[in-house]
Design a protein around this ligand. Structure first.
Ligand code: CMC
Length: 448
C-alpha cells in the first residue's frame, strides 16, 4: 500500500508544556492530515472528536471522496465511468484486488462466484426458524455470521491465513450473500426458494432467485439488469462510512471476515445510514396516505428542530450534490422510461427535491439528495419490497467491506481499535450500608 508523504510539522501549544511538533502527512490526492498517533504519549492528552468528524482512522488506497467537489473514485476510476461502462462483478474485483480484471481474471472470478453460489442445505433450513415478518437485514446478518460455522478456516488468527484462503472467502461471501438475500425474501413471502443457476450472470441470477417460481416464470429484462448493476456499483464502496468503520473496528479484534461483515450489515441497517432508502419510501407513502403535500412536508421538517428529517437528504461528507445520487436519478429516469411505468411517489420525490434545493434551510446546511433518495423508487419499480431495500444496499456494499477488511489486515500498522473517552461520571465513592445486600437476603435472592 502506498503511504502518505510527510510534509510540514504542525505545532501544538498546550499550557504548561513545551510546544510539540506533529507530522503533517499528504495523501495521493493532496488531502492533508495531522498524525496524532502519539498525541497521548507525548502530551498526556487525548483528542475528543464526536462523530469522528475530523478523525482519519487509517490510510487507505481503495476509495477517494471529495465531499466539497462531489468526487468519488474507486481505485482512481470515477464512479460515473464505472457505472456507465462496467458491470458490478468487475467493480467488485477492482475494489477487492486493486485493478480491473483482465480477460482471464474476469473468467476465473465469474467461475468462482458461480461455484460458491449454493448454500449448504443445513443453512437453508435456518430460514424456516425465523418468525414470520422477520426483517431481512436481521436474517442477513445472522446468516452471514453463521457462514463462519460452515467455513471455519478463516476463524484462526488472521495473520496466519494465506491470501488464497482470503480470496476464496471473499468470492464465497459475494456469491452467497446474493443467495441468502433472495432466500430471505422467499421466506418472507412464504414461497419455496429458487436455487442459483450456473448459466446466469450475477445480477440476472439474483433477479431469477427473487422473482421466478415453479408456477410463475420471470422474464429477466436487460433494462432491469442494467439498473441493478448501476445501483450495486454506486453502493460498492464509500471509504470510512459507518458500516465500513464497523467492519474495520470489529475486524481489528482479528475476527473472521464473516463476523466483521455481519457487524457491517447491522450498522448499515440504521435509518441514518443504509436504512434511509426504506425510510424515504415510507416517508413518501405516509405523505400520500395523509394527503400531505411536499410543500407541507418541507415546512414540517424545518419547524421540527431536527426531530423530523427529510430522509435521503444530507450527508456527513458531501456538502454538494452526492455524485451517486445524480447517477441513481438518471438510472431511475431511464428505467421508468424503458418499463413505461409511472409511480405517483416518484412525482412526490421530485417535487420534494426541487422544493428543498430552493429552500434556505436546506441550502444553508448544504443538504442535497444522497444515494438513498432515488434508489428505493427504482427497487419499487422492479418489484422489490421496501424491507429488502437495505439488503440491496448491503449486496452492493459488500465488495467495499471485503476490500477494507483485507486492506486493514495487510497493513502492519493495523492495531486493535480502541478509542479513549473523557470520563464525566461520579468521582470515587463507596457503598453506603443500605446499598449492601445483607448475606441472609442475598441467599434468598440467589435461590430465586
Ligand atoms: N433533514 C432535515 N434536516 C437535516 C437533515 C435532513 N435529512 N440532515 C441534516 N439536517 C440538519 C440537522 O438537523 C442539522 O441542523 P442544525 O444545524 O439546525 O442542528 C444540520 O442539518 C446538520 O446536520 P447533522 O445531523 O449535524 O449532520 P451529520 O453529518 O451528523 O448527518 C446524516 C448526516 C446523513 C446523518 C443526516 O444528514 C441525516 O440524518 N440524513 C437523513 C438520513 C439519510 O438520508 N441518511 C443516508 C445517508 S447517505 C447513505 C449512506 O452512505 O449512509
Amino acid at each position: 500500500m502506498r503511504l502518505a508523504t510527510p510534509t510540514d510539522v504542525a505545532t501544538l501549544g498546550i499550557p504548561g508544556q513545551d510546544p510539540r511538533g506533529f507530522q503533517i502527512l499528504e495523501g495521493s490526492a493532496g488531502d492533508r492530515a495531522i498524525d496524532m498517533t502519539n498525541l497521548r504519549r507525548q502530551t498526556g492528552l487525548v483528542a475528543l472528536d464526536y462523530g469522528y468528524n475530523n478523525t482519519a482512522s487509517c490510510e487507505s488506497a481503495i476509495t477517494y471522496l471529495n465531499g466539497e467537489k462531489g468526487v468519488l473514485l474507486y481505485r482512481g476510476y470515477p464512479v460515473e465511468e464505472l457505472a456507465e461502462k462496467s458491470r458490478f462483478v468487475e467493480v467488485a474485483y477492482l475494489l477487492v484486488n486493486g485493478h480491473m480484471p483482465n480477460e482471464k481474471e474476469r473468467e476465473d472470478w465469474s467461475m468462482q462466484l458461480n461455484r460458491h453460489a449454493l448454500l449448504h442445505e443445513d443453512m437453508r433450513h435456518f430460514f424456516s426458524h425465523f418468525p414470520d415478518g422477520a426483517h431481512p437485514m436481521a436474517m442477513l446478518s445472522a446468516m452471514v455470521v453463521s457462514l463462519s460455522t460452515f467455513y471455519p478456516e478463516l476463524s484462526q488468527n488472521q495473520h496466519h491465513v494465506g491470501d488464497e484462503a482470503i480470496d476464496k472467502a471473499a468470492a464465497r461471501l459475494l456469491s452467497k450473500l446474493r443467495t441468502i438475500a433472495a432466500f430471505s425474501y422467499k421466506k418472507s413471502i412464504g414461497e419455496p426458494v429458487v436455487y442459483p443457476r450456473h448459466d446466469l450472470r450475477y445480477v440476472a441470477n439474483f433477479l431469477n432467485m427473487m422473482f421466478s417460481s415453479p408456477v410463475r416464470p420471470y422474464e429477466i429484462r436487460p433494462e432491469v439488469v442494467k439498473a441493478l448493476n448501476v445501483l450495486f456499483i454506486v453502493h460498492a464502496d464509500h471509504e470510512q462510512n459507518c458500516s465500513t468503520s464497523a467492519v474495520r473496528l470489529v475486524g481489528s479484534a482479528r475476527v473472521n471476515l464473516y463476523a466483521a461483515v455481519a457487524a457491517g450489515i447491522c450498522a448499515l441497517w440504521g435509518p441514518l445510514h443504509g436504512g434511509a432508502n426504506q425510510m424515504v419510501i415510507e416517508m413518501a407513502e405516509e405523505m400520500a396516505a395523509q394527503g400531505m403535500s411536499p410543500k407541507e412536508k418541507i415546512e414540517r421538517v424545518k419547524n421540527s428542530k431536527g426531530a423530523e428529517l427529510l430522509y435521503g437528504f444530507g450527508h456527513r461528507v458531501y456538502k454538494t450534490y452526492d455524485p451517486r445520487a445524480k447517477i441513481v436519478k438518471k438510472a431511475c429516469d431511464d428505467l421508468f422510461r424503458a418499463l413505461d411505468v409511472h409511480d405517483p411517489l416518484l412525482d412526490m420525490l421530485r417535487e420534494l427535491e426541487e422544493r428543498a434545493l430552493a429552500d434556505d434551510f436546506f441550502r444553508e446546511r448544504h443538504l442535497y439528495p444522497n444515494v438513498d433518495f432515488y434508489s428505493g423508487i427504482i427497487y419499487r419499480a422492479i418489484g422489490i419490497p421496501k424491507e429488502m431495500f437495505t439488503v440491496m444496499f448491503a449486496l452492493g456494499r459488500l465488495p467495499g467491506w471485503i476490500a477494507h477488511w483485507k486492506e486493514a489486515l495487510e497493513d502492519p500498522r493495523f492495531k486493535l481499535q480502541r478509542p479513549r473517552q473523557l470520563y464525566v461520571g461520579p468521582g470515587l465513592r463507596h457503598l453506603a450500608p443500605d446499598e449492601v445486600v445483607r448475606a441472609d437476603r442475598a441467599a434468598v435472592l440467589d435461590a430465586r
